[in-house]
Design a protein around this ligand. Structure first.
Ligand SMILES: O=P(O)(O)OC[C@H]1O[C@H](O[C@H]2O[C@H](CO)[C@@H](O)[C@H](O)[C@H]2O)[C@H](O)[C@@H](O)[C@@H]1O
Length: 260
């Protein structure tokens, strides 16, 4: 989608947002900035999106953030957005550059270790099932398993560790993820809004955890954009990461123009 291809109601809203005093432009990473790929470690951001985020971040009174389910260190390495005035938030909104709001307790760490052990034994049973360990959660990936093995592995997780006390379960794109703390991209956006004094927040997301972010937006003036199919509370919808690049480029260009 080129800038001309952005649906008119969305481009009108983006044009209005470009003129506000303080703007926060924020996006999810996987499925938005980076196309979905088989191996999580190969998810590189589209160059057009990375450049548009950088261009927006260079503008006055314009804050830019990427809010991801990934570990913060992983997000930084994959996006390459480490030397830019861009805020990276990992672990589904819980991991800022200042660390976690509350440190993980010894009991929570033990719980995380039990989940990791359990997930590793599930992964050992099914070809193509892998485990991604993060600071406060662990993800079971089934994208590369047969449909039958994927379903069986997910069921094992749902009926096993997902039922333990103190676990927050999130199901995403060919993954189930168990966290030992409560996570919320919505709370992360609230915090970023407060920190930056943003009058308007634009947020793009494609997955289940992004719904928590959409739910925290103020639909009378913020802009929520769902990427791809699926139920959503977002106001607008676009198709894929190439469309995300078009939206980010559109915002960066019109914001620059509006600021003169
Ligand atoms: O909040 P996000 O930035 O969207 O992160 C959500 C999860 O993304 C990653 O998994 C997803 O992308 C992988 C690479 O394209 C894909 O292989 C996998 O099937 C997707 O679910 C990441 O690996 C997870 O840790 C994130 O929670």
């Amino acid at each position: 989608m080129s800038a001309e291809g952005i649906p008119a109601p969305l481009s009108d809203a983006l044009l209005r947002a470009s003129t506000v005093d303080r703007l926060l432009l924020a996006s999810d990473y996987d499925g938005c900035i980076a196309p979905i790929v088989s191996r999580p470690q190969d998810a590189v951001g589209l160059p057009e999106s990375i450049e548009a985020l950088r261009a927006a971040a260079r503008l006055d009174r314009t804050a830019v953030a990427v809010v991801s389910g990934r570990a913060l260190s992983d997000l930084a390495a994959l996006s390459g957005l480490t030397n830019d005035p861009i805020t990276l938030v990992g672990s589904h909104g819980s991991e800022f550059d200042t660390g976690f709001g509350q440190p993980v307790t010894a009991a929570q760490q033990q719980l995380l270790d039990r989940i990791i052990d359990d997930f590793e034994s599930i992964a050992a049973e099914f070809d193509g099932v892998t485990v991604e360990v993060k600071p406060v959660s662990t993800t079971l990936h089934v994208r590369n398993a047969t449909p039958a093995d994927a379903a069986a592995a997910l069921d094992r997780a749902r009926l096993g560790p997902a039922r333990w006390d103190g676990i927050e379960t999130t199901e995403g794109k060919a993954v189930i993820e168990l966290a030992v703390i409560e996570t919320s991209k919505g709370r992360a956006l609230d915090l970023l809004r407060d920190r930056t004094g943003a009058d308007v927040v634009i947020y793009l997301g494609d997955d289940v955890t992004d719904e928590k972010a959409f739910a925290h937006l103020r639909h009378d003036h913020d802009i929520s954009i769902k990427v791809g199919p699926g139920d959503t509370a977002a106001q607008y919808r676009i198709g894929d990461p190439a469309d995300v690049a078009a939206v980010l480029e559109f915002v960066a260009a019109h914001r620059r123009e509006a600021l003169g």
